[in-house]
Design a protein around this ligand. Structure first.
Ligand code: SAM
Length: 186
């Protein structure tokens, strides 16, 4: 924690997450969102404009209260109603089999105990529910992967715990027991 995390990081995060590069991947990832929806790692609310017109309400969680200065005004201005909670994805207080869709964009890289969090996603999804995620991970290109390993310690310190080298897709394949809509940027 400290001054950087409380005062500087939220601005940098919002700037980075607002990049137009993510617009199309966000729209593509969210296109199938329907029914009762939970977004984990809501961040500064950059997904809100990209929910399809049929979505009028979501529940959302994020543990970082320093992001409220961006997320709360975005929630207030959005056509999508948001029930927002400060929570970790590793411990969701929701009943099992209670969501049709769980959304997670660019967040599996930052969750400390991601295996536990994926278990929670699985638990709260209804049978046949869908997990819509957009993520970056370790590149299959050895040269890129080398740089990812070199830069990972700096990224983790300055990027809010974001890992550049997580093998997110492999974890999914290992526990691919429910409907998945993988979308990965490397
Ligand atoms: C790179 S940001 C992505 C934010 C947003 N999903 C987006 O696409 O713009 C990663 C987010 O993960 C959140 N996060 C970190 N640890 C978490 C946890 N244990 N459970 C849920 N979210 C977490 C951070 O607070 C941050 O908002």
């Amino acid at each position: 924690m400290g001054v950087y995390h409380h005062c500087v990081f939220p601005y940098l995060l919002d700037l980075a997450m607002g990049s137009r590069v993510f617009d199309q991947p966000r729209r593509r990832t969210l296109a199938r969102a329907s029914g009762r929806i939970l977004e984990i790692g809501f961040g500064t609310g950059r997904n809100l404009p990209h929910y399809p017109p049929g979505v009028s309400r979501i529940e959302a969680i994020d543990p970082d209260a320093d992001l409220d200065r961006f997320s709360l005004p975005r929630i207030a201005a959005s056509r999508v109603a948001v029930d927002f909670h400060h929570l970790n994805a590793e411990h969701l207080p929701f009943e099992g089999d209670s969501f049709d869709t769980v959304v997670c964009t660019l967040t599996l890289c930052s969750i400390p105990d991601v295996v536990h969090a994926l278990g929670e996603v699985h638990r709260v999804l209804k049978p046949g529910g869908q997990f819509l995620f957009l993520e970056h991970g370790l590149s299959p290109d050895a040269q890129v992967a080398g740089w990812q390993h070199r830069l990972n310690p700096i990224q983790q310190r300055l990027g809010g715990g974001c890992h550049l080298v997580r093998e997110t897709l492999r974890w999914w394949r290992d526990r691919a027991c429910f409907c998945v809509m993988p979308s990965t940027i490397t």
